[in-house]
Design a protein. Sequence first.
Length: 505
Amino acid sequence: MNGIRFFGPALVTALLLNASTACATDRDYLKTKLSFRYVAQPNETSSTPAVLDNNAVASGTEAGAFWTNRNIPGLQNLVRSLLREPAHGGNMNLQHVVASVVKILDRPVLIRLLDDTVAPLTSDAYQQWEACRDPSGQRAWPCARNASVDDDAREQCAQAHHESVPSRRDATWAGSMTLGQAAFNAGNAGNPLGTFVHELVHTQDRSDGSAHMFTVSQRSYKYGSDRQHYYYEAMPNLAATYQEGIADAVMMMVDGGISQQMFDWFSRNDVMMVEKTVLAPGTGAGPAPCWTTVTSPSPDIWLYDQLHTAGVREVVPSNPYPGYAYFLVRDLPPRFIVHNEFIIGLVFSEYAQHLGLQRFLDALKQNDGTLFRTCASSIAVLYDALGRAGMGGGRPQQTFLPPGALEGRPDDQPKPYLIPLAYADYFTSYNSTTKEQYASIFENMLPHDWVDLYWNLYKDRVRLAAPLGPTLPPRRQHLTDIATALGVNTSTPDPLGLGAGTPGR
């Protein structure tokens, strides 16, 4: 943030010692919470995975087939980065972020590591190892699941089929993920360390996915007809956008490259994809699957039709994906732009950069309890939680406003609780021209006192501090300028220095 502070030698030494101690504590914690299971030949579905010895990895004495297999260097590096000391291949930043995420539920995570580089995976292999299909349909795509959400679905299906209810796994596990090497070899699954963090957040996330509104004839449309989601896509289901967006936000804390890539995409007003859903408008829900009830399908399944009706201009890029329309991201109305996961990710990663990752994760933990088995606006609930954290647990009702604010005058006291609301305005390119449009960013479900406080008193100050326009594109410095305009002149660093100034900024 603004201002540079210099530390004396004694304080620098103390900070380094504290960081070293925190790193050791993180590694010790991860050794007890991450359980790695290596599957050498995934198509042999009756085989027993090899359990990696975390203590041996941490001490540099690991041995066995996983470590002698030359086909899986990315998976090997991932495990070493998580468990070893920094001087011997460990990644201190990664370890701290991962330990902080796992503490949301504070239960072990099961991680299957597949060597899928030799033969295409069979259908039985996908099912046995709970793997997801990559675009080719032959290799494992990184994916994860929360144990409680999965247990609930299995229980509902067992009851619907009049079968015995399987034992729950969430008493032991927070969740699980499955990773294969092939997707990383192909270069289309991102940085393995960042991708691991993204999937890890999914294991901690018990938020309701609004499946009842995005299931038609037993088929999920949360990602659209093709069941795929892309970095630059507006997804139909905002609950899914939230789930992917919070995972992206934490991923950006260890992968500065993707953070810069997505900011540059927003800054240059590049294209956003919107699927032209093949489902006919007005189609009813049809029969329900065993794992969820269904209601009338959400109009957002037909997101393209809504954009077309709103008269938003389409563009034609080179090499377009079949079945998709394209729009300039910063030209979209606010309520549509937030259907993109990385718009959500940018808002919350910048919040974590400036106010501390731990504060953001604390809000996620609170959200997890609030949204478990509860249908609500995940986005609105999280913004409310972040605001409450900045207000010491209260909302900005009249009793919290300073003198003068009640008369419509802003004041200059620090307002960290308004930073997420300001960043939401910024990353929708200030396209809200009315308070109603601004409220639509939060599905019109954010308490009105937050909307009123920001829009009536501080919106103009924020927009003046970080102006955007045809010749004024977004710049990274704007995020600090916004914080300063809201009276926040110092960062809130995490124990290892995460926050403003993290590599890749």
